[in-house]
Design a protein around this ligand. Structure first.
Ligand SMILES: CC(C)(COP(=O)(O)OP(=O)(O)OC[C@H]1O[C@@H](n2cnc3c(N)ncnc32)[C@H](O)[C@@H]1OP(=O)(O)O)[C@@H](O)C(=O)NCCC(=O)NCCS
Length: 173
């Protein structure tokens, strides 16, 4: 099934023009560069381990989206006549039939400028349109920025069984 053709331009609070669009198989190069250039801390908060970059298998999985079971949107800008990825948010079908699990990461230079909030707003709207009733995620307990954003978006936070370094977050769509 084709993903919804939901590409749009969004203007950040500082006036920067950002494109939000579905990720595509042709995005391997910008996705690889985006993850490679994240800080150690952002990689750790997103992947829960000290990865250097994405393996070819992970790049395949992250850019070849199996809609409607999964969906991913990237935020990009134009830099020196090239498209540069500055954020990505994705969901995939979760543990129960009508729930999806999501993850997000924004480029370090772009954090705190509204990109994450906009990507999640759009991702959750598409997840709801695609038939999911609930969205869930796993976040590091120390990830204050993410937890502040998620509480603001209406998520409840609960302990992750057996690992105090993680918490579960969830909300009805
Ligand atoms: C968590 C993350 C996705 C948020 O995205 P973002 O683009 O930085 O967030 P936004 O700019 O949309 O900010 C939304 C809210 O989050 C909080 N926030 C996010 N980043 C912040 C920062 N660097 N400093 C202060 N507050 C911040 C604020 O409460 C902000 O509220 P506001 O909109 O009222 O100002 C981003 O910081 C990130 O990629 N972190 C590393 C990876 C990660 O933690 N992923 C989540 C695991 S799934």
């Amino acid at each position: 099934m084709q993903p919804p053709a939901t590409r749009y331009e969004w203007t950040a609070g500082d006036g920067s023009k950002v494109t939000i669009r579905p990720i595509q198989p042709e995005d391997r190069d910008i996705e690889r560069a985006f993850v490679r250039d994240l800080s150690h801390s952002s990689k750790y908060l997103r992947f829960f381990s000290a990865i250097k970059g994405l393996s070819p298998e992970m790049l395949d999985r992250f850019t070849q989206v199996d809609y409607p079971q999964e969906m991913a949107f990237i935020a990009t800008i134009q830099a020196e006549a090239k498209e540069l990825e500055i954020g990505v948010a994705r969901y995939m079908a979760g543990s129960s039939e009508d729930s999806a699990e999501f993850a997000i990461v924004v480029a370090d230079d772009w954090q705190g400028r509204g990109v994450g909030r906009e990507l999640l707003r759009h991702l959750f709207a598409v997840a709801k349109e695609s038939g999911f009733a609930r969205i869930e995620g796993i976040v590091m307990s120390a990830n204050e920025n993410m937890l502040r954003l998620c509480r603001d978006l209406g998520f409840t936070v609960s302990p992750y069984p057996g690992d105090a370094q993680l918490v579960c977050i969830g909300k009805e769509l």
